[in-house]
Design a protein around this ligand. Structure first.
Ligand code: HGY
Ligand code: MN
Ligand code: MN
Length: 417
């Protein structure tokens, strides 16, 4: 097995430096195209260049480092943008592990000829358009959505890209025939590795994600003078609808089905005003598309049932991602690397989180590995992983990459979009 050894101090030093961009206590606030996010991208591009990669930030904000070595290549990456109030490792771990693997292979004679490209995909977290960078790279992004997309703060994506100085740049696109596959290292973001005492997760499958917008239209009025029987309270209709979802979904849900009403807005949102309008986002996930179809159908049925003197409308949000299976051959290579560094301390497991790998998997063989999340916490300032687990994950990635590339025939033709 491999003799390749990553430079763990350099890897951790870069990962902790990335944490400083948008730092807020132990967490980070670094949504796509925010000031700290753009600064982090310029820093990352420089680090990629220092690693001997031809590095650029492309038109939609993806930071891409291309190896000068001819293919077959492996593409490694993840994302450095974050949720509004996030942990320091979601995405960041995978990007810095990818860069460390590229550096390590380049520095060691027996692997210096192998090609590893590195990407930090913009907006995996959907501040504007979920999976924007990986979809754009794979030719799977509806480009017209880029022109109309707005952020949570109402800012147009195109304006944010222009402010970041990215307008008019080339858009990085996948080179047919260059890649043997895509690998992504990521924190688990859940409790299972830690609970079972495992140090590496070898991902078998990634869940699909669907988000629906439910709108309620009542009549705004005075919260004091309007008699209760006369009220058309959109906020009350929203709360009753959420209760219906939590009562009905368990009747059809599968073992790994999950759902959340993550955003609720009442208009005008004032204590002395009966809300005339209200909306919620309902997100549900499952490893099987068929189950998500049933859930989606049930939401439309519940909305139709509730629609009355208070209007209720259900709308599918763009950005649906379907569940995907990871590539068996790559998965076996990751498993072998895990076994060599953490014998009997790794496990095959599905991902309950979405990842860019489920977009890349539509165009090339893809695989992922996980490291444990302390307390299973993620999408929260408290998200954390022990340094030794981060180093182990990066080392396993390096070993898998070396093994895959040494065995790679001329890169297989990529899958048509
Ligand atoms: O929401 C997710 O699953 C991912 O962390 N964006
Ligand atoms: Mn995330
Ligand atoms: Mn992520």
């Amino acid at each position: 097995m491999s003799t390749l050894t990553i430079n763990d101090e350099r890897f951790l030093s870069d990962l902790y430096h990335l944490r400083t961009f948008g730092a807020d206590g132990i967490g980070v606030i670094r949504p796509s195209l925010s000031t700290p996010d753009v600064a982090a991208r310029h820093w990352l591009r420089t680090r990629m260049e220092e690693a001997g990669l031809e590095a650029q930030i492309d038109r939609v904000g993806t930071v891409f480092g291309r190896s000068p070595r001819p293919g077959p290549a492996l593409l490694l990456g993840s994302h450095t943008d974050t949720q509004p109030k996030a942990g320091w490792l979601d995405g960041a771990f995978g990007v810095m592990a990818a860069l460390e693997v590229a550096r390590t292979l380049r520095e060691q004679p027996e692997t210096a000829g192998l090609a590893v490209d590195v990407a930090s995909w913009i907006d995996e977290e959907g501040s504007f358009l979920g999976f924007l960078g990986s979809r754009s790279f794979c030719g799977l992004q509806d480009l017209s959505l880029i022109d109309t997309a707005t952020g949570r703060d109402g800012r147009l994506l195109v304006a944010a890209l222009a402010e970041a100085g990215l307008a008019g740049r080339p858009r990085v696109q996948m080179e047919d025939g260059r890649y043997a596959g895509y690998l992504e290292a990521h924190i688990e973001q859940g409790p299972f590795l830690e609970a079972d005492g495992n140090r590496i997760g070898v991902v078998t499958r990634i869940v699909g994600i669907r988000t629906m917008l439910i709108r309620f239209t009542g009549i705004q009025n005075h919260a004091g003078t309007t008699p209760m029987p006369m009220r058309k309270d959109a906020g009350r209709a929203l709360v009753e609808f959420v209760n219906r979802i939590h009562a009905e979904f368990p009747k059809i849900a599968g073992e790994r089905t999950v759902w959340t009403a993550g955003r609720i807005e009442l208009d005008p949102g004032a204590a002395s005003v009966i809300p005339g309008a209200a909306e919620l986002t309902l997100q549900f996930r499952d490893p099987e598309s068929e189950m998500m179809n049933r859930l989606q159908e049930r939401v439309f049925e519940l909305a139709a049932e509730a629609d009355g003197d208070i209007g209720v409308e259900a709308i599918m949000e763009p950005g649906t991602v379907e569940p995907v299976a990871m590539d068996e051959d790559l998965l076996e290579q990751v498993a072998a690397a895990a076994e060599s560094h953490a014998p009997n301390n790794w496990v095959r497991m599905p991902s309950g989180a979405g990842h860019d790998a489920q977009v890349l998997a539509l165009r090339m063989p893809s695989a992922m590995l996980f490291v444990p999340s302390i307390g299973g916490i993620s999408h929260d300032f408290a998200e954390d992983t022990a340094d030794e687990d981060l180093v182990l994950g990066c080392q396993v990635l390096a070993t898998a990459v070396e093994s895959i590339l040494k065995a790679a025939p001329a890169a297989p033709p990529s899958r048509p979009a």
